[in-house]
Design a protein around this ligand. Structure first.
Ligand code: SR1
Ligand code: MG
Length: 419
């Protein structure tokens, strides 16, 4: 008989998971010897590290509410089911990028997975000023492979439609993005908060109806443009790295949406790391050189994304869209169509980037890049630069045609006195 849901605790976890072969095989046969700790830094879930005589496993369990807020905000346990389904698809579409899954229990909202030994959350590394070699290459390929291989450019029509209908049920997690990301920043929503000193900038954004319309145009694409399975929450807290290796975690917000969504969210998190640097170290040269490295990561990520997407277009176009039978087989090239898609994807990525830059400073879930800056007036100045650049991206996405334009804008706002 299936056990009713009950949240694991440090005291109950070992006993409760001790009969699951796929876990004991990796942790150790004697559960009394297991040591269990809880990471406790996520917005939504419980995450335990379980160590035993054989090895270490991560156990992630959904709570029936949003952890960050408490039980006043109930949230479906089914998010673990969507995360599990996204993880197995990501593993297929970009092998080796996600942790291996050892066990999944839908009723308990529980996934046991590989412990990424030696890996740390990228956001923490960016705050500390640490470099990761190969980051842009891995993430550019990840975004392109996920976008292309989950779409009608690649999948058989039935698989794509089955996938789309499965993830269309991830309603509650999409609703979080629809409100916290696309809507709340632009009015006085209950859960909003912002740093003291930003009132005037916030008012500029809320009074800008052209910009708000562009944000809503993007929300329309978010809800209606089911092009591919997106990770859905690709910020620097969903990426883990060593000095040389990169993995992607936490796809519980997975949904079918626009090609450029993940790339845009990723770029914005790099840009927030970029703008926040002067709040984390004093030496100007160190700040400058690390900021240059971040811009270089953005530049290379976008370049790799484009190159990988083109490669897949040329060699893996097996879906119903732009079939070879209509182009190459007739002696007609399809490169113009490909460039059209890439440019549309880029415009969406730039818009999503600007929106994510806003929500992380204005709505519920802020990020540590800015939150850890204790000098409030410095934090406000850095966040203001970030907010104003976000507005520029949303307003001018159509004319920001190249990745260099984004880098130039970042350097411009980074020099700007925003007040
Ligand atoms: C209520 S959840 C807040 C945020 O945390 C997650 O990581 C997502 O980014 C979500 O928007
Ligand atoms: Mg997460």
């Amino acid at each position: 008989m299936e056990l009713r849901y009950s949240a694991l605790t440090l005291d109950t976890l070992s006993q409760r998971l001790s009969e699951i072969d796929s876990i004991t095989k990796r942790v150790g046969p004697n559960h009394a010897d297991w040591s269990v700790s809880e990471i406790g830094d996520g917005n939504l879930n419980l995450v335990f590290i379980v160590k035993g005589s054989i090895g270490t496993v991560i156990v992630k369990q959904a709570l029936p509410y949003v952890r960050l807020v408490g039980d006043s905000w109930p949230l479906t346990l089914e998010r673990a089911y969507f995360e599990y389904n996204a993880l197995i698809r990501q593993e297929k579409r970009d092998p080796g990028i996600v942790p291996s899954i050892y066990y999944f229990d839908r009723a308990q909202g529980l996934i046991a997975m590989e412990y990424l030994d030696g890996f740390k959350i990228l956001r923490g590394k960016l705050i500390l000023g640490e470099h990761v070699s190969g980051l842009a290459d891995t993430m550019g390929k990840f975004c392109a492979r996920l976008a292309f291989r989950g779409s009608d450019l690649s999948l058989a029509a039935k698989e794509k439609k089955d996938d789309t209908s499965l993830f269309q049920n991830n309603v509650e997690l999409m609703a979080i993005t629809e409100s916290l990301v696309f809507t709340d920043p632009y009015f006085n929503a209950e859960r909003n908060h912002h740093t003291q000193g930003l009132d005037k900038i916030v008012q500029i954004l809320r009074d800008d109806s052209k910009m708000k319309s562009n944000v809503q145009h993007m929300l329309r694409k978010f809800t209606s443009n089911a092009e591919t399975m997106c990770h859905g929450d690709l910020h620097s807290g969903s990426i883990m790295c060593t000095e040389h290796e990169t993995r992607v975690i936490d796809p519980e917000f997975a949904f079918y949406g626009p090609f450029g969504f993940d790339l845009g969210m990723l770029m914005s998190n790099y840009l927030m790391a970029y703008f926040s640097q002067p709040g984390h170290r004093k030496n100007k040269e160190t700040v400058n050189s690390y900021q240059k490295w971040i811009l270089d990561v953005i530049d290379k990520t976008v370049q790799v994304f484009r190159d990988e997407f083109k490669l897949l277009w040329r060699h893996e176009r097996t879906g119903i869209l732009y079939p070879q039978s209509l182009f190459e087989d007739q002696g007609h090239e399809s490169e113009e169509a490909m460039e059209y898609i890439l440019s549309d994807t880029w415009k969406d990525a730039v818009t999503v980037c600007g929106i994510e830059m806003h929500r992380r400073c204005l709505s519920l879930a802020h990020n540590a890049d800015f939150e850890e800056i204790s000098d409030i007036s410095l934090r406000a100045k850095l966040e203001a630069r970030n907010l104003l650049m976000g507005r520029d991206l949303i307003l001018n996405a159509k004319s920001i045609g190249k990745r260099q334009d984004v880098l130039d804008l970042a350097e411009f706002y980074n020099r700007k006195d925003p007040f």
